[in-house]
Design a protein around this ligand. Structure first.
Ligand code: T1G
Length: 686
């Protein structure tokens, strides 16, 4: 049961919110908090108030279970006003993650003290809404309009040190004396008779008018079709006027988005992420296995990126490569990436150096001996991986987890190269590893539950999203990507041009289209895989035969002049496509954008249905998370499975059946699960 307690420390009243697991602001908590604040304000013996939370975190926001339902006062915005109006000083004591309504409460307090490992943010846009508790008006008054815009539009969080430097918090405490530090500050404020410091009374420092126009155009380009970021700019822009008018604007936008379809979709994504953490046959009482040290084998793009993730999470990591030049290249790339990531996150230089210091380069596989977890990230060659796992079997300490970062090799065959298959699984990071949230956790047939549980916890400690998948070729994400790639190649044969296909998918909400993405990754990688399996994608194969591997060769589907990363349409590509059409005797005809979207997404959904039936994917929500967090599927569309339900699974089934007939492609025939669900009048989620 939620509780809000009030206790006294002499003249200081301490109000403690206790609503496990994250002190969400349910209606019960809001009502109790409002009355405790009143109690403290009317008690003459109380001279100041500290607001703190029990458990692992300060308030992590409004209760998302209640959002979207009729809202009962007092709302978060009402309590923020009540705090603002308090005649006695109120100090917020922040630990864990002060997010959304939690940070908004703290902003309405007059002072803020944070534990050094606290994180603060207004992530409401990730739910398709904007802060609705005054945050779009108070945060700019605390840290300025530009930093506030960046945080609110992105939904990112910042650490306590950066918050102190930005003026968002007034002081840092050490973790175990947060309450004492907050009470001491409250006492000092009373002794010095300092009046309450209200953000509401401050004006936002002036900014160039084009700040908001540029923010709007950036948001429109970066989040194409996604409303909340754009609306967040409008709300923050309104903070440049008087507080009350700005607050009215915020409340109107908040209410409008709360009624909109994108909130419901993103609430689905939020709860799908929580569901993905629940593996039904994993005992919940497994003793936690500490990953105190890690080792990465292979200092290439993936290995270096994975090592960066460990160091960034404070885990000492040995980066191993047998080739000195490769190791040096890997370290140089890792440092460059770490520095640019630190700049983006305003990570203090001292902190960056501390994290870089956690990375130990090595030329010897033997240096993996003390690691609790080893991640192999070498070239995608099964015998090579098996040989490395055979050696790791001799070197690694008992109980170490041995993970492969393979993107499609059979993890069971890799595990079989050791005498400890129970300790082996796949951790399929997505490139660039230090940016992409998704990790497909590949459960091999022998993987022990404790190893799986420890790996899930580790991936979360890296601040990434683990999704458990089965050990089948391509697992889930890449198996679906194969379907999209095959249809994309066929669209070129049928008459579309690369830019038609890419533009249709960018309009749909992807950050880039399939051909631009393939040019970035390199056409040769999938070409090698297809040849090994005797599969032909006629256009892609012809481009590879012409040495057009993408950005790495200056040309692929597009041309990249002078090392530019912006692809230009290339007549040579169109000549190659025309020659393939002629060879295949295909008469080309224009393909409408809507048909392009159907022909790329529905085959993926079809394949996903098969992966659900075979158990390689556990839930439709897992599949949605994989594509949102690994391939840029627009989150505000909910993911491929949620989208298929929105379109209507019967419509998807009918289009697949039509395409299978029209294109003579049996693989496009609707999967049995889709047929069954349609017959039952259901979707994937209903
Ligand atoms: N409401 C309800 N339940 C929540 C919740 C929330 N805000 N946050 C987490 N939970 C549940 C979650 O479902 C799970 O439940 C358990 O807590 C542990 O969560 C007015 C309107 C805080 C960083 O968006 O980012 O404020 O599955 O597994 O990995 O402007 O939870 O165990 O039954 O994620 O340690 C804004 C959302 C809301 C923060 C902790 N706030 N939460 O991560 O644990 S809108 C957010 C998180 C708002 C105001 C607006 C994370 C976390 P169960 P978990 P975690």
């Amino acid at each position: 049961m939620a509780e809000v307690r009030l206790e006294r420390a002499g003249e200081i009243a301490i109000i403690e919110i206790d609503n496990p697991p994250v002190n969400a602001l349910s209606h019960a908590v809001r009502a109790a908090l409002a009355s405790r604040i009143d109690e403290a304000m009317t008690d003459d013996a109380v001279k100041a108030v500290v607001i703190t939370c029990a458990g692992r975190t300060f308030v992590a926001g409004a209760d998302i279970n209640e959002l979207g339902k009729p809202r009962s006062p007092p709302l978060t915005v009402d309590i923020a006003a009540q705090l603002d109006d308090c005649a006695k000083p109120v100090v917020a004591a922040i630990h864990g993650t002060a997010l959304g309504g939690g940070l908004e409460l703290a902003l309405a307090c007059h002072w803020r003290v944070a534990a050094p490992d606290a994180r603060l943010g207004l992530p409401e846009v990730k739910l398709g809404i904007i802060p609705g508790g005054g945050g779009t008006q108070r945060l700019p008054r605390a840290i300025g309009a530009k930093p506030a815009l960046d945080l609110i539009v992105s939904g990112d969080t910042i650490g306590a040190q950066a918050a102190l430097e930005a003026g968002l918090v007034d002081a840092l405490a050490t973790r175990d004396d947060l309450r004492a530090t907050a009470v001491a500050l409250a006492r000092r404020i009373v002794a010095e008779k300092r009046p309450p410091k209200r953000l509401r009374d401050r004006a936002v420092p002036p900014v160039p008018a084009e700040l908001f126009t540029r923010a709007r155009s950036d948001a429109a380009r970066r989040y194409r079709g996604f409303e909340a970021p754009l609306k967040a700019v409008d709300a923050v822009a309104a903070s440049m006027t008087c507080f009350d008018d700005g607050l009215k604007r915020e409340q109107a936008i908040f209410a409008e988005l709360l009624r909109g379809p994108q909130f419901g979709t993103l609430r689905h994504v939020f709860f799908a992420e929580r569901e993905a953490a629940k593996i039904s046959d994993l005992p919940t009482d497994l003793p936690p296995r500490e990953i105190a040290q890690a080792a990465i084998v292979g200092a290439g793009t993936m290995g270096g990126g994975i090592a960066l993730c460990f160091a960034d999470a404070g885990i000492p990591v040995t980066l191993i490569d047998s080739d000195r030049a490769a190791l040096e290249r890997g370290l140089a790339a890792l440092r460059r990436n770490f520095e640019s990531s630190a700049r983006r996150r305003n990570l203090p230089a001292a902190e960056l150096d501390k994290r870089l210091g956690l990375i130990k380069p090595s030329l010897r596989l033997a240096d993996a001996a003390s690691a609790d977890l080893v991640v192999e990230a070498v070239f995608e060659d099964l015998p090579l991986k098996q040989s490395i796992f055979g050696k790791l079997d001799e070197i690694a300490k008992p109980g170490a987890i041995l993970a492969t970062n393979t993107s499609y090799q059979d993890v069971n065959l890799i595990a079989a190269a050791t005498k400890r298959p129970a300790d082996v699984l796949g951790l399929h990071f997505f490139s660039p590893a230090h940016v992409m949230r998704l990790v497909e956790v590949v459960r091999a047939s022998a993987t022990a539950p404790a190893v799986l549980a420890a790996s899930l916890a580790l991936v979360r400690k890296l601040r990434k999203l683990p999704v458990v998948v089965g050990a089948a070729p391509g697992f889930v994400g890449n198996r679906m990507l194969f379907e999209r790639a095959r249809e994309a190649d066929r669209l070129l044969r049928d008459g579309a041009l690369p830019r038609d296909v890419d533009q249709a998918m960018v309009e749909f909400g992807f950050p880039m289209g399939p051909f631009a993405a393939t040019d970035l990754a390199g056409l040769d990688i999938s070409w090698r895989m297809r040849k090994a399996r005797g599969i032909s994608f006629p256009v892609a194969d012809a481009l590879c035969e012409a040495g057009r591997f993408g950005q790495k060769t200056g040309k692929g589907y597009y041309r990249y002049d002078g090392g530019s990363r912006d692809g230009m349409a290339d007549d040579e590509t169109e000549r190659i496509v025309a020659s393939v059409r002629e060879r295949l005797g295909v008469t080309s005809r224009p393909v409408a954008a809507g048909v392009i979207v159907e022909r790329l997404i529905y085959p993926m959904v079809n394949q996903a249905a098969r992966l659900l039936e075979s158990g390689v994917a556990l839930r439709p929500g897992d599949i949605d998370l994989i594509w949102i967090n690994g391939y840029g599927f627009p989150a505000w569309r909910g993911g491929p499975m949620f989208y298929a339900d929105q379109v209507g699974l019967a419509n998807v089934r009918d289009r697949l059946a039509h395409l299978a007939r029209e294109l003579g492609e049996k693989a496009l025939a609707p999967a049995p699960l889709i047929e069954r669900r349609v017959k039952e009048g259901r979707g994937f989620y209903s």
